[in-house]
Write a protein that binds this ligand. Structure first.
Ligand SMILES: C[S@@+](CC[C@H](N)C(=O)[O-])C[C@H]1O[C@@H](n2cnc3c(N)ncnc32)[C@H](O)[C@@H]1O
Length: 341
């Protein structure tokens, strides 16, 4: 039997991908304060470490969103009732939450195809094997691709399909606010009127709980962050010594973002063969690696309005830590009647 996923080769050829990575590292390390783009955190090892983070008791977003999906399964799938559609899972990861929806859809004998999209081939192997095992009647067709390359490819290949798109795990929080608006507008532009988007937002809350979630005592979050240096060493011929770097996670009360840093523990110089350059770091100099923005409900409603979506529903966990918003694509140059109520 063939694989249940396609690896999109629309991206850059492998040599060019390395060049793009090298250029992003060069740009980020040449700025002050220095930074490294968070998208490079998710190589296969990074995706594996992130799945381990999701199982940590202090990392509340996963448990909360799981509870939301279990409590509101029927309300989430109801708008797609009675028609053939794709369940598109952007950044599917291990698909634990999605399996709840897929099982309910299979039970209801819905005409659904499951399309996980993930940049990590290891995550894709895991999630497609899991879907085949746990929901054997399901048609699964995954895409190893970037979020936007994946969904654009899908909408060109199957322009007529209706879609329920999932963007779970507070992944939207990794985008700065203007980037989040651009990303959602792009998703909107490739979807059809009345397609749905279920999107997970971590809500603003007590700062101590945020800090605990991003500085776990097992060191898994630190390992996830430090793995970026291992990746630079492997792919760009770097000589970062991981013992000389410290993970630091903090909350910026002004921007509403959790911010992750790698901090140089001492005066040091690091060489990067791919760039034929050496970089000097001062003691306790930070390199910024990731943001995770937290939202108020009113920001979320404003984001829907600004990016072409109508609000269909809002689902909370009991503690109101997390919100899954169900949005409907609104386009007013419509040629025919709406497909769904
Ligand atoms: C935080 S996990 C979330 C997993 C799952 N959606 C959940 O909520 O449990 C993020 C997943 O998105 C994938 N990912 C990260 N950036 C991506 C990108 N730009 N395009 C596609 N997938 C991406 C990672 O490989 C990882 O599996």
């Amino acid at each position: 039997m063939g694989e249940a996923y396609v690896v999109l080769d629309q991206g850059l050829p492998q040599g060019d991908e390395r060049k793009a990575f090298a250029l992003d590292v060069l740009t980020g390390l040449s700025e002050r304060p220095r930074r490294l783009p968070s998208k490079y955190l998710y190589d296969d090892e990074g995706s594996r470490l992130f799945r381990a983070i999701m199982r940590l008791p202090t990392y509340y977003p996963t448990q909360r969103e799981q509870a939301i999906i279990e409590a509101h399964t029927q309300a989430i799938i109801a708008p797609m009732h009675g028609e053939a559609f794709d369940l598109v899972d952007l950044g599917a990861g291990d698909g634990t939450k999605t399996m709840v929806l897929l099982k309910a859809l299979a039970e209801a004998q819905a005409d659904v195809r499951y399309v996980p999209i993930d940049i990590s081939i290891e995550a894709m192997r895991g999630v497609t094997a899991r879907a085949l095992r746990e929901v054997p009647t399901l048609h699964t067709e995954g895409l190893v691709a970037n979020y936007l390359d994946g969904i654009q490819w899908l909408s060109e290949k199957y322009p007529e399909r209706s879609r329920l798109v999932l963007f779970l795990g507070s992944n939207i929080g990794n985008f700065h606010k203007p980037e989040a608006r651009k990303f959602l507008r792009t998703i909107w532009s490739v979807l059809s009127p009345d397609d749905r988007l279920l999107i997970g937002f971590d809500l603003k809350k007590d700062i101590e709980r945020l800090l605990a979630a991003y500085n776990d005592p097992t060191g898994t979050t630190a390992a996830f962050n430090l793995n970026l240096l291992t990746r630079i060493n492997r792919e760009l011929g770097g000589d970062f010594d991981l013992q000389k770097w410290q993970h630091f996670g903090t909350y910026n009360v002004f921007s509403g973002g959790m911010e992750s840093y790698l901090v140089s523990r001492e005066d040091q110089t690091v060489s990067l063969e791919a760039l034929e350059l050496r970089f000097a770091f001062e003691p306790w100099e930070p390199v910024q690696t990731e943001y995770s923005y937290k939202y108020l409900e009113r920001d979320i409603d404003a984001l829907a309005a600004a990016t072409g979506f109508g609000i269909q529903d809002r689902f909370y966990d009991l503690e109101r830590d997390f919100l899954d918003a169900l949005w409907r694509v609104e386009k007013n140059l419509r040629s025919g009647p709406s497909r769904r109520a």
